[in-house]
Write a protein that binds this ligand. Structure first.
Ligand SMILES: [Zn+2]
Ligand SMILES: [Zn+2]
Length: 75
């Protein structure tokens, strides 16, 4: 999946897990996974090669296709 920079909308490359860097802005961003229903951070679950996310605010398991990705700049 292509991740776009929240600042300039150019595609970013992955530095390591959940950490992306924008070559244009020369900044790094941490990827946050949010619940599509309540916009709260999700817990990352990995089982048998399948990745799922869990919402602790009553929305249960969220598939990775529904997750909202947001990027927080690293300082
Ligand atoms: Zn950028
Ligand atoms: Zn939720």
């Amino acid at each position: 999946m292509e991740m776009l920079c929240p600042n300039c909308q150019k595609s970013m490359y992955e530095l390591k897990d959940s950490l992306y860097s924008c070559p244009v802005c020369q900044r790094s961003y941490k990827q946050l996974c949010l619940c599509p229903q309540c916009q709260q951070p999700l817990e990352y679950l990995q089982a048998c090669g399948a990745v799922n996310y869990f919402c602790h605010y009553g929305h249960g398991l969220i598939s990775k296709y529904q997750v909202i990705y947001q990027f927080a700049p690293l300082v």
